[in-house]
Ligand binder design. Structure first.
Ligand code: ZN
Length: 221
């Protein structure tokens, strides 16, 4: 259940929560993830597009329809042939970015009394989120652990992320067992991107949990 906008209008002493404290309009899901002027959504989508552009050119214009329908997206080359696993990377970037925007919004509104996160914090949270997702993908190729039926094919993970990684030119063709594989957008304020293992344990919990129990569950797996 997502609590925002009109939901609050009938809750005594919480009526003001129906209105976006930053923009002064009724807070809808579309407003939160695409329109809100509070630092967060615009920067997150820019980063998602930047990583996508490292290997693909056709980033669909963002709308509620393309975001909620990201699982149906198909990407084809000029010969109308499906680009291998482009749709998978797109789905990952859209769902992870959307969930992060929701979490940032909830933290700001509920946990920080409306104080928005700093630009560097938003940037680093997104980089960490995508690196964690990459880490999950890599760990899911472990056939010994997950079995043939539930593990991911190495080729699926390699092709999904190929062209988006840091220092990729110096890595072997199969980088799944490399010690530290990170996406090619660096964190700010440190020389190297934050490895997934340095994340705070509290980051997977909190007010945004309800939107994506599957992803949260996977992160704890
Ligand atoms: Zn707003």
């Amino acid at each position: 259940m997502l609590y925002f906008g009109k939901f609050w209008e009938n809750i005594p002493e919480c009526e003001d929560r129906a209105i976006c404290g930053h923009c002064g309009v009724t807070e809808t899901f579309e407003h939160i993830i695409l329109e809100c002027g509070r630092p967060g959504q615009e920067q997150v989508w820019k980063l998602a597009k930047e990583l996508w552009a490292k290997k693909h050119s056709n980033w669909p214009p963002l709308s509620l329809g393309t975001i909620l329908g990201c699982g149906l997206a198909v990407f084809e080359d000029e010969k109308k042939k499906a680009i291998p696993l482009a749709a998978r990377l797109y789905r990952i970037l859209i769902t992870e970015s959307m969930y992060l925007i929701w979490k940032l919004r909830c933290e700001c509104v509920i946990g920080r009394s409306g104080e928005p996160p700093a630009e560097n914090e938003i940037h680093n949270r997104w980089v960490r989120t995508i690196n964690e997702r990459l880490e999950i993908d890599i760990s899911l190729t472990n056939e010994m652990k997950f079995g043939k039926q539930y593990s991911l094919k190495p080729a699926v993970v390699l092709e999904t992320w190929r062209g988006t990684l840091e220092n990729e030119g110096n890595m072997p063709r199969n980088w799944l067992r490399q010690p530290e594989v990170l996406v090619g957008i660096a964190s700010k304020g440190s020389q190297r991107p934050l490895p997934p293992s340095s994340r705070s344990s509290s980051d997977d919990e909190g007010v945004g949990e309800t939107l994506s129990p599957t992803l949260s569950h996977m992160r704890r797996a």
